[in-house]
Design a protein around this ligand. Sequence first.
Ligand SMILES: Cc1cc2nc3c(=O)[nH]c(=O)nc-3n(C[C@H](O)[C@H](O)[C@H](O)COP(=O)(O)O)c2cc1C
Length: 210
Amino acid sequence: MADNYLEKRYDEVFGKKTVTKKVGHTLDELLTRNRSTRGYKKEFVVSEELLKQIVSVNTKIGSGCNRQVLRFKLVTRDTGADKVLENIKMGAALPELHLPFPGTEPEAFIIVCSVAGDDKLALIDLGMSLQTMSLRAVEMGLNTLIVGAFNKVKIREAFSLPYEPVAILCVGKGNEKFELVPIHEGESHAYYRNNGIHYVPKVVLDDIIL
Ligand SMILES: Cc1cc2nc3c(=O)[nH]c(=O)nc-3n(C[C@H](O)[C@H](O)[C@H](O)COP(=O)(O)O)c2cc1C
């Protein structure tokens, strides 16, 4: 039999592209691009429709006991972005920068609330939800920042939320450059910036496997 006969025959029957075609983004690509973004392009306005597309992942993901206790408030530039912005904190590891830089603030947010407070299963659901929404946003060409440091009382009041807010996801078109830096377990985990690049240390695989 000629070399590569089966491969060639397969290509003839099914077409070469069918065999090797890469559909969409790989998970690895999405994960690498999914960096916490604290500076956004003002000229790209995130609509409520785009936020809805991001939140829609929640109709397909797992949930402890399938309780599905999370609810989502969508906030755009015209529906209260300023009220969110004044109640969130960004970039605690770089206090001297006072992020976000003026003119690069996020202007679209998904406020995640829990009908079950912050019990253990609700918080696990929260993590899954935030990560999946972030990946969807990246797939759409957008970027996100998960915010846990925010004024719960003020945010709940400002939007008359019926449930406890447990996290906020900033959404927008990022204007930052990132690099992942492999580190070992004992080294500093703090992110840093140099010449306009935001470096994010990540512990290498060998150090996280027990
Ligand atoms: C649960 C959670 C809460 C976070 N809260 C904040 C926050 O309040 N403010 C902020 O600037 N970043 C926040 N971050 C982003 C982290 O700082 C970021 O994930 C970390 O520096 C690693 O960067 P990376 O997301 O690009 O991998 C949060 C991330 C997670 C997962």
